[in-house]
Design a protein around this ligand. Structure first.
Ligand code: P6P
Length: 336
């Protein structure tokens, strides 16, 4: 039918042959993420109406208050992924350690591990600011038929086979890559179907939006301070616009559409930065690079960082290629 938009389900099936590993398993994995996203979206959208807002009364390994929706989203993604019998292990921001997934008759035959930030930006939940889910998918590297190991999760970002995010915003979208470009799907809540709304998304090579928590300015490395002042000076197409929602998925998504750079530098309170390498920075970096953008820790490509710890943090600079390169120039010149 003319003008009929492709659904996410149709897109997954149509493109599964392009996936260099077992297409059926990845398709099933992506379908389970699609289902979990719809379930979480339903709760996020009605959070203001029921007593699901507010602290869960517990804290996660990050020492952050767990919001009830954090826990709900975490449980929903873990249960949905487990039921599909595709993954051998899951790591989550909300779980201190990785979870081994293996039903009795299964004997650890599943080949994929998933790392998730189930509800990023959750501190914004009870002020009605958009939040997101971030996921990263790898093939296991330890022998199939044995329990998953930490090494399966501590892989460089360049080894990811798929990554994506859900943004629960003015509309709910899934944006993901399997290494063959980036595509965005928007949910029609009336029928619970995601439709291809943003095919082949590309970061504008340059941009005029910078996203950083300027409240931490005095704490930033000199190179970052110099870059921010560069963004603010009257010259060429500057001053740029400062836009910071405080929700990585939303800031990243806007910058990918309009052009921009997101920055979370290190500082005295966050000596390695705040964002987690494995389930925030690497998946966003994979998407950024697949959309012709760039991502680094100020000096090195984010996806080349060798992980040493599940909840490891890194400084994170990600967005339009020319803006990230300019930031790196300031870091090389002025450094810490
Ligand atoms: P700050 C949310 O907690 C998050 O991980 C990202 O989504 C967001 O960009 C950042 O932290 C906000 O951190 O220190 O500026 O409040």
């Amino acid at each position: 039918m003319k003008g009929k938009k492709q659904t996410l389900g149709e897109f997954i099936i149509k493109n599964q042959d392009a996936f260099k590993f077992s297409s059926g398993e990845l398709s099933s994995l992506l379908n389970s993420i699609r289902l979990a996203a719809k379930v979480v979206n339903h709760e996020v959208n009605k959070a203001g109406l029921v007593d699901i807002i507010g602290a869960y009364g517990d804290t996660n390994i990050q020492g952050e208050d767990q919001q009830k929706l954090d826990v709900y989203a975490n449980n929903t993604f873990i249960q949905t992924l487990t039921r599909r019998n595709i993954v051998c292990g899951i790591a989550s921001e909300e779980e201190d350690h990785f979870i081994t997934i293996n039903s009795i008759d299964q004997n650890h035959q599943n080949k994929y591990v998933v790392l998730i930030d189930p509800l990023d930006g959750s501190s914004n939940i009870d002020v009605n600011v958009s939040v997101g889910t971030i996921f990263s998918i790898y093939r296991r590297i330890t022998p199939v038929g044995t329990p998953v190991q930490l090494a399966d999760f501590l892989q460089k970002g360049s080894e990811q086979v798929a990554a994506g995010y859900v943004v629960y915003g003015t509309s709910t979208m899934i944006v993901y890559t399997t290494g063959d470009g980036v595509n965005g799907f928007t949910l029609n809540p009336a029928i619970g179907t995601f439709y291809l709304s943003h095919p082949d998304i590309k970061f504008p090579e340059d941009g005029s939006i910078y996203s950083v928590n300027e409240g931490n300015y005095l704490d930033f490395p000199l190179g970052v301070k110099k870059y921010i002042k560069y963004c603010q000076e009257e010259f060429e197409n500057r001053p740029y616009t400062s836009r910071y929602i405080g929700s990585l998925v939303s800031d990243f998504h806007r910058n990918m559409i309009k052009g921009g750079i997101y920055m979370y530098p290190k500082g005295s309170r966050n000596p390695d930065g705040k964002l987690r390498l494995l389930y925030e920075c690497n998946p966003m970096a994979f998407i950024a690079e697949q959309a012709n953008g760039k991502s680094s820790d100020g000096y090195r490509r984010t996806m080349d960082v060798i992980p040493i710890e599940l909840h490891q943090r890194v400084p994170f600079f990600c967005g339009s290629k020319k803006m990230v390169t300019k930031l790196e120039d300031f870091m090389k010149k002025f450094g810490e």
